[in-house]
Design a binder for this molecule. Sequence first.
Ligand code: ARG
Length: 610
Amino acid sequence: ELSDLRVENTKLKYRISTGMTSILHSVKQLFGTAIREAYPMLTNAPLLVTKSDHADYQCNSALPLSKYLSAEKRLPPRDVANTLIAHLPPNPLIGDVVVAPQGFINITLNKEFVSNSILNVVTTGVHVKPLSDKQANNRVVIDYSAPNIAKEMHVGHLRSTIIGDAIARLMEFVGMDVLRVNHVGDWGTQFGMLLAHLIEKYPDYKTNTPPIADLQAFYKESKKRFDDEPDFKARAYNTTVRLQAKEAEMITAWKQICEISRKEFREVYNLLGVSQHLIERGESFYHELMVEVVKDLEQKKLLIEDEGRKVMFSTDPSAPPLTIVKSDGGYTYDTSDMATLRQRIHDEKAGRIIYVVDGGQSQHFQLIFNCGTLAGYYDPNTVRVEHLGFGVVLGEDKKKFKTRSGDTIRLRELIREGFERSLAKLIEKGRDKELTPEELKAAQEAVAIGCIKYADLSHDRNHEYVFSFDRMLDDRGNTAVYLLYALTRIRSIIRNANLSQDITEMAKKESKLDLSHAREYKLAKQILRFAEVILQIADDLYLHTLCSYLFELSVVFSEFYDQCYCIEKVMEKGVQKVKVNINRIILCEATARVIETGLSLLGIKSVNKM
Ligand code: ARG
């Protein structure tokens, strides 16, 4: 990658061809090279480069380096810093370096690099060049949404769906080969009860689709019978056995039930605009593989008999074991996740697996991962397996989000309320008078879905968050509404410039973008931080940092717009003329594109007018 940054001639005619790079990462690489060349004997030299308030970036390696050097070679940090600078490879990125007395190196970017990079954003679009080399296995399996058949899809599943969808988009954006898996809970003992009840209540289920409108109520009915009628309970157990043996009749009935739930899930996904690539591969998919896993673990002598159960201990002595086979011979959630893990490594050839599941299941996943390595299903040094956990959703009363009567919130109704509230907000702002009915409808949808997703994604996912439409729809804070307005404002500035030509073509002709006003330059640098933020998230999966970045970008844009006229009225020989500052319109365009790209990665549709 470094070779890309090197320039043959000193005259900088530098254009990035493959997209935006993380400037922080590139600066780090440059200093890494400098350290290696200046001090080849120090193999573990600390490479400390951060963003800086004093300059653009800062390298803090000189102080620790001076301590590492052997006594006879020891130099004060200041001199070490100067040595590093002398070994920096030629590059188009760094403009100026200044050593502070304590040895910190303050790094400012080369303005020409910034200007060229902005032109690139407009001429070639917003692309981020991945950090990983092409050799690395870039297949990522993302397990998200995962509601349970015959049960209500709840706000926990909503969070998983929103976060998982965004992570999948972002991974794809940085060039990963993404497999989206919906690990639906469609197998297990509760199905015996459901099917037994179905067969008894609708004996003609094979020819007529059972008219079950409310599967939750149906679930409750069968649960009641299961608890109250010992005969029914016995039949339910028997039905489970027949289902797990995959008896044709049972499978037919099971499919009927799954289809009813599936329709509901699909409705939610359509409303949310979840990627069509999310494939349903529920627990039932792994049935045969569970048999194999049990055999395999048995062979590896990893299963221990415990009161009729077969359990597997991890390396953590304080943790409970996994239950692999129950005393009645049945399998559990643990068994299915062991089989799932193995399948994703062996068959899917995953280089990374991400489970987007609420934080409450953290212990379960730690055990699965631990036992998975024990069983030799993967090597944590080559495959990255992680649980992307998240906190619970609270109501405005700061208690677990429930309806007034204490029931689980129905997602379809929640989203529908979002649509109503969003329209009310737009009407309150008089937008219905400005927009065509189609534009109003597009804005309503963008705001409704955008506000729900953004509220979720803009909080540190480890924390709980309060679901409040009032807060989500506020257009003053770090909200989707604010960003969507900011974006439409920028789009309208560009429209008002009435350019005679396509902006991309205009940018192609610019040889150098003028960034002489301090606020132009600040905005340009903020735009270019995009790649850094995206690549960091591809690593740590903290999407709220993208939200903060976009919010900051729109704030920096406002500061720029306050002082830098894009379109000016000027007097020329006594005649008033309109002057369009093309460099500023190009900055507007680059800002708009980055915001649009950022929002689309979050799964949020943007609109041109709102
Ligand atoms: N269906 C589960 C639930 O609702 C989530 C499944 C998550 N994925 C997994 N591989 N365990 O809690």
